[in-house]
Design a protein around this ligand. Structure first.
Ligand code: ATP
Ligand code: MG
Length: 260
């Protein structure tokens, strides 16, 4: 279907279309489409723009990724469908390894996503033949690479499942999440939770990586002063402010009083 550019929800409809196409190609599972819907609902509430608190977390994420010895970006089906270009640019800027991690894991899907990432320009993709397990995880998401997530000190996990975010945190890693749901277990478990839409978040983190690379003292200051609890409180403060604004803008005019 051709979606007219003038459609008020053009970007959202195009995104849905590309996810449906990715589902037909076997990259995205049906469960991924449902997860996207949950993200969209939060994005609606948050105003479909990067909030000021999200920017603070994105800058902190860039600072932690730059200081890492072995930074890894984890990619699942939805991330592969929506943001291979952004992942490739960010991985090159840091530089970081990229690892494919799927809940609904099949060798064919891993190979397909690995190819997508390579085509987007990612040099170092850890995909097939995982050789380690994340302790305490029963699902296929436990399967990992010794040289990748298993030994990483900082992991960026966009659209993560809460269980794995918690397991990675227990392993002592600095977990950076990207998840529009501020209530998700992922957001609650991450050391640096970014509450923003995936493509916007990755683009901003990359921009900060490039800036902070040229200003190491500022990167160190950001790492020192980042306050996770205060940042999440600011996210909820922002949401409260948004909702309060919606109450006033959606108020119906009072019906005119008529004298009897
Ligand atoms: P958790 O397991 O962490 O408690 P969950 O069960 O709500 O979270 P999952 O289905 O595991 O979530 O993962 C999808 C999450 O990603 C959802 O919280 C959703 O809000 C978020 N999400 C989906 N699409 C996007 C997107 N494009 N950008 C950012 N976040 C997204
Ligand atoms: Mg979940």
């Amino acid at each position: 279907m051709r979606i007219p550019r003038s459609h008020p929800r053009y970007v959202s409809l195009k995104t849905r279309e590309s996810l449906v196409a990715a589902n037909r190609e076997g990259v995205v599972v049906l469960e991924g489409l449902i997860a996207h819907g949950r993200g969209e609902a939060w994005d609606y509430l948050l105003g479909e723009e990067t909030s000021a608190p999200a920017l603070v977390a994105e800058k902190a994420a860039a600072a932690f990724l730059l200081a890492a010895k072995n930074p890894v970006i984890s990619v699942n089906g939805n991330v592969a469908a929506l943001a291979t270009r952004q992942v490739a640019r960010l991985a090159a800027a840091i530089p970081a390894k990229v690892e494919v991690n799927l809940f609904h894991r099949t060798d064919a899907r891993v190979r397909q996503i690995t190819r997508l990432l390579q085509n987007a320009g990612v040099k170092d993709v850890l995909g097939p033949r995982p050789n380690a397990r994340i302790p305490g995880l029963a699902s296929q998401r436990a399967r990992t690479h010794r040289a990748g997530t298993y030994s990483a000190d900082v992991v960026l996990v966009p659209l993560e499942d809460g269980d794995r975010a918690e397991a990675l945190t227990k392993m002592g890693k600095v977990v950076i999440s990207v998840d529009l749901n501020p209530l998700s277990r992922t957001t609650q478990a991450a050391a640096v939770p970014i509450v923003d839409e995936l493509t916007r978040a990755l683009t901003e983190v990359e921009r900060f990586v490039r800036d902070l690379k040229r200003d190491r003292p500022e990167a160190a200051r950001v790492r020192r002063e980042y306050d996770r609890a205060r940042n999440l409180a600011a996210v909820f403060g922002f949401l409260r402010w948004r909702l309060a604004g919606l109450v006033t803008t959606t108020k119906k005019p009072r019906p005119r009083q008529t004298k009897r």
